[in-house]
Write a protein of this length. Structure first.
Length: 360
């Protein structure tokens, strides 16, 4: 009997060690959120308001779900999170591939334009029509995502400048084409009546799972990460140089284009140049805050979606505080995430000081 207990003890110790490790990872994931809330509390106090009361209004307005039609803010948070997840995944794939891309909005414009054109000019059965429109949105977004990759790899153009300048160019180009409204057969129907939450949320979650499997469970994903993290090792290891980078940016653009397509088919039902919840740098913010991992992207996209709703209703309307405070909280999160990353890298030992939230 004693031998059995001794045999089991290493397994128990291993399980405890794994649980402790994951708890530390969760704590480090939540640390920027906690610190940003503390920093925001100082601003609220400076404005002469009660931080606890203000935060109660903020989170109730952003994440609560009361009985009655149109009173579930949680549904709106999920609706806002849908394009944010895909935009964050787009930035994550680009960054994992070694590209500092801020071109998600331009790629979303092309995706929205493709979805609007296909949804308004084709006549197809209800289930096939939105699928074709979304495939077209992802395809055109992927093509536009390839442009800065080609400029960098074959002409030496800096990707930050290229993606920044390509955003307004995309807006001008799609404005040259007349885009019809979305036909009823191509619309993504609301999951809940009187809301705009559609099947797009499931598409976004499925995309997050597929991106995780691709980046960490396939040879192509390993090549993308290896070329970005250790280009010389990848080169001497016989890996292709241009193919992983081009694939990363095409996939990044496809994800952003898909986000634009879902906005058109499931929210607005016509082409829009400004999206319901995505600003120019939201993709990067979510990707960095989520530690360049799909699980972290989902968490922070949902958090950001709720904060957007809560900032309007909970801060501006109920508390009389400018809704810009919500954006300040998001900025604080990014600052603390970057500080945490800088601290861990300069310590040179993440296992003791700032453990990696997700595998590199």
């Amino acid at each position: 009997m004693s031998h059995g207990l001794k045999a089991e003890s290493p397994r128990v110790s291993l399980s405890v060690a794994l649980i402790t490790q994951y708890l530390k990872r969760i704590a480090w994931l939540l640390l920027p959120v906690i610190l940003s809330l503390l920093a925001g509390a100082l601003l609220i106090l400076a404005a002469g308001h009660n931080p606890l009361f203000t935060y109660a209004n903020l989170f109730e307005a952003g994440f609560s779900c009361n009985t009655g039609p149109g009173r579930c803010a949680l549904v709106t948070a999920l609706q806002f999170a849908t394009p944010l997840i895909l935009s964050g995944l787009s930035a994550t794939v680009a960054l994992r591939g070694g590209f500092f891309s801020i071109g998600q909005v331009g790629q979303m414009h092309f995706g929205a334009a493709a979805a609007s054109w296909l949804a308004g000019n084709l006549s197809l059965p209800p289930l096939i029509h939105p699928a074709i429109a979304l495939v077209g949105a992802a395809f055109l977004g992927g093509l536009w995502g390839l442009v800065p990759a080609l400029l960098k790899h074959f002409m030496g153009v800096n990707e930050i400048i290229a993606t920044l300048l390509l955003n307004p160019i995309a807006s001008v180009l799609v404005g040259l084409v007349w885009l019809p409204g979305v036909d009823i057969s191509a619309r993504l129907s609301p999951l809940i009546p009187s809301t705009k939450l559609s099947a797009g949320i499931f598409i976004a979650l499925a995309a997050a799972l597929l991106i995780y499997l691709f980046l960490w469970r396939t040879t192509g994903g390993m090549e993308i990460r290896a070329n970005a993290d250790a280009p010389r090792f990848a080169l001497y290891g016989g890996m292709p140089i241009h193919k992983p980078a081009l694939l990363a940016m095409a996939l990044s653009g496809a994800l952003a284009g898909l986000a634009g397509g879902i906005e058109v088919l499931g929210v607005h039902y016509h082409f829009v140049s400004s999206f319901s919840a995505v600003n120019d740098f939201d993709g990067l913010i979510i990707a960095f805050a989520g530690h360049l991992h799909p699980a972290g992207v989902i968490f922070f996209a949902f958090l950001l979606g709720g904060l957007r709703t809560g900032s309007i209703v909970g801060l501006q309307i109920r508390s009389g505080i400018p809704r810009e405070l919500g954006n300040a909280l998001i900025a604080f999160m990014l600052i603390f995430v970057a500080t945490n990353r800088f601290f861990s890298l300069n310590r040179g030992n993440t296992s003791k000081h700032a453990p990696e939230i997700f595998p590199p």
